[in-house]
Design a protein around this ligand. Sequence first.
Ligand SMILES: Nc1nc2c(ncn2[C@@H]2O[C@H](COP(=O)(O)OP(=O)(O)OP(=O)(O)O)[C@@H](O)[C@H]2O)c(=O)[nH]1
Ligand SMILES: [Mg+2]
Length: 699
Amino acid sequence: MGNGADAGRQQGPQSPEQIRNVVLVGPAGVGKSTLFERLIAARVPGRHLRGEPAPSLSLGAASISSGDVSINLLDTPGNPDFVGEVRAGLRAADAVLFVVSASDEIDDATRLLWRECETTQMPRAIAVTKLEQSRADFDESMARCRRVFGDVQPVGVPLIEEGHVVGAINLLRRTVTDYRSGEPTLREPEEIEAAIIEEHWDPLIESIIEESEDETLLDRHLSGEPIDLDIVLPDLKAAIATGRFFPIIPAHAPTGMGIEGLFELFEHGFPSPASSPVPAVYTPAGRPFGAVTCDLDGPLVAEVVRTTSDPFVGRLSLVRVFSGTLSPDTALHVCGHLQQFAAHHVNGHADHDSDDERVGPLSAPLGEDARPKPSAIAGDLVLVSKLAAAETTDTLSSKARPALVEPWLLPEPLLPVALHATSRTDEEKLGSALQRLVAEDVTMRLEHNPETHQVVLWAMGPAHVDKLLNALLESWHIQVQVEPVRTSLRETFIRPITAQGRLVKQSGGHGQYAVCMMEIEPLARGAGFEFTERVVGGAVPRQFIPSVEKGIRSQLPKGVLAGYPLVDLRVTLVDGKAHSVDSSDMAFQTAGAMALRDAANESTVALLEPIDKVEITVGEDSVGAVLADLRGRRGQVHGTETAPDLPGYAVIHAEVPAHELSRYPIDLRSVSHGTGTFKRSFVRYDYMPAALAREVISA
Ligand SMILES: Nc1nc2c(ncn2[C@@H]2O[C@H](COP(=O)(O)OP(=O)(O)OP(=O)(O)O)[C@@H](O)[C@H]2O)c(=O)[nH]1
Ligand SMILES: [Mg+2]
C-alpha cells in the first residue's frame, strides 16, 4: 500500500460508508478478548499478542484499518454482572460478532446474551472458537447454533487433524488456507474438501437468496452457473442486514485461522453506520429535535458509551458520533438526564446540563492504548479526553443546537453492599472517590441511607462489586470494608394504651412542669400520624396543646424502641396538669415525647419491615427450585405464569421481605442456573417476626 493510503488512514474515514462498528459478544471465557487482540495484531504493525487475557470487566475498543474500511472493534465482558457494558457496546456498534466455543453447550447465559442482541435486531454473525479442543466439533456446534439462534449457515469450515487446526475452507471463495507449513498458504481444495464445499454450498446460497430476495442470483443458482464472489457478497450483505440470517465462521486465534475470513465479513458483509437506525433524539427540554441521520455535515449528536478516568490523566470518554463531525478544541453542550428515561432509581447520576465543556484532543482507541485522531465523523467512534462532567450515556452536541439522546435501556443494579473505609483519612476520601467511580458506571448507584447511616452501593453482582473495590484500592488507595446492609425498619404500637408524660423539675430558680395523659391507638398501615385532644377544664392550657403535639412529632422519626421511625398511630391528649410559672412550651414538648417513650416496650411496640413486590423471570425448569427458595425467604407467592414473550420461561409473582433480598441477585443466579432475572419494588411495611425483631433490637 502506498503512502497516500497511509496518510488517508491517519485522517480516519472520510465517509460513514467506510466505517464498520463491530461488537464481540458472547459468554465468559469463550475467547472474545483473545480474538479481539488477534484481529488487532493482524492489522496493526508492531502489535503482538499480549499473553493470556484476564476476564474482561469493561468494554474494550480498538480502531483498525482493513482494506478500504476503518473498523471499530468492541470487546465486551461475558460475565452477566457486566451486561451494562454489553448494552453500551451494542449501542456503539452496527453489527455483532457473537462468539461461542465449540467445546461448550449453548447454556442459559449464552441464550440471555443472544437475546440482548436480538432485542436490538442488529445484524449478527457467529464465530466459533476452541475448535481444537478434544470435545469440540464444528458441525455439532453449528447444529446447536441453528437450534437456538435460527438460520445459521457456515461461510467457512475448519480443517482439524489430531486436535490441531491445520487449515480452513473459505466457502465463498472456494479456497483453502493451509497452516501445516507454519505459514498460511492459499491453495485449491482437495477432493474431500471440494465435497465439503458442495455439501454446504446449496443451503448457504439458498438462505442468502431467501433473505436478499435477489432473483438474478436465484436464476443463476437454479441454472447451475458458477457464482463469483463479487456477485454473492452484496447479497450476503443484504441477507445479514435483515438480522435473520447468521453466517457462522470458525476462528482460531493461536494460528490466526478465520481471521482473514472475519475481515472479509466485516468489510463486505457487515453494514456501515450509514444504514443503522439512529436512536431517538430530543432537545434537553424533551421536545422533538428534528431528523437526525448519519450525515457528517448534520448537527452534532454524539453519545458517551464508556467513561474511564485516572486520577492523573483525568476523564476519557469513548464517544459514538451519530451525526455531524466532532472536532477537537471546540466548546460543546454536554447533558445527561438519566432519571427521565430509566425505569428505576439512578441515585448518583443527577441530571446535568453544561454549556461550555471543551473537547480536548481526540484519539482513536487501540485496546489499552490510543493514537491521535484529527476529527470524528458521523458513524465513527472516538476517545475524547478531559470532558469534566460527561458521564456514560451523556449526549454531546453543539452549543447552538443542544440535543439529548434517549439512552439505551440500563440494567437495574439489585445487589446492595454497605461500604465503609477502614481508616478515618480514607473515610474522608471515600465519598468523592465513590462519586467519581459511580459517575463512570451507569450500572451502579449510590445511596446514603439517612435512616441506617450507611453508604450503600447498588451493583449488578459480586464481580461488579469486586471491580469497584479494586478501583478504590488501585486508583485511589482506599481500603474499604463491606458490611451487611441494614434494612430501614419502622416501629408501631400494636394495641391501644394510655400513657403519661411527667416532667417535674424543681432546680433553683425557674422549674419545669408539665404533665400530660394520652391515649395511643394503632392505625392502619400507611395511615401515618394523627393527633387529637379531649382536654376538659383547661387541664392542659390551650396554648400548650400544640406543644404536646410538637413534642410527639419530634419523637416520631427517632422511634421509641430500636431507633426506627414510629408510624401509624393516633394520639389523643386527654388530660394533664400545668403550673402557672413553671410550665412552658418546651416543658410540654418534652412531656409529650416522654409519654410516647415511656409507653413503649416489647409488648406494646412491634417492628415493621419493608415488603417488596418481586417479579422473577426464570427458565421453566427452575421454577420449582425458585419457589422452594422463596419459601425459605418468607416469601408469599401470588402466582406463576408462562412468560408472555419468552418461550421456555415463566414469571413468578411474589412478595418478599426486603431483608431477605439483600443477596438475591447472587442466590437467584445459582438456584436458577443463571436463567433468573428479577425486578423488585417496595409495596408496604409489615410486621417483622418477633424472633427476628429481637435480634435487630439487641444488635
Ligand atoms: N484452546 C483454545 N483456547 C482458547 C481459544 N481462544 C481463547 N482461548 C483461551 O480461553 C481463555 C479465555 O479467553 P478470553 O479471550 O479471555 O475469553 P473472553 O471471551 O474474553 O472472556 P470474558 O472476557 O471473561 O468474557 C484464555 O485462556 C484463552 O487463551 C481457542 O481458540 N482455543
Ligand atoms: Mg474478555
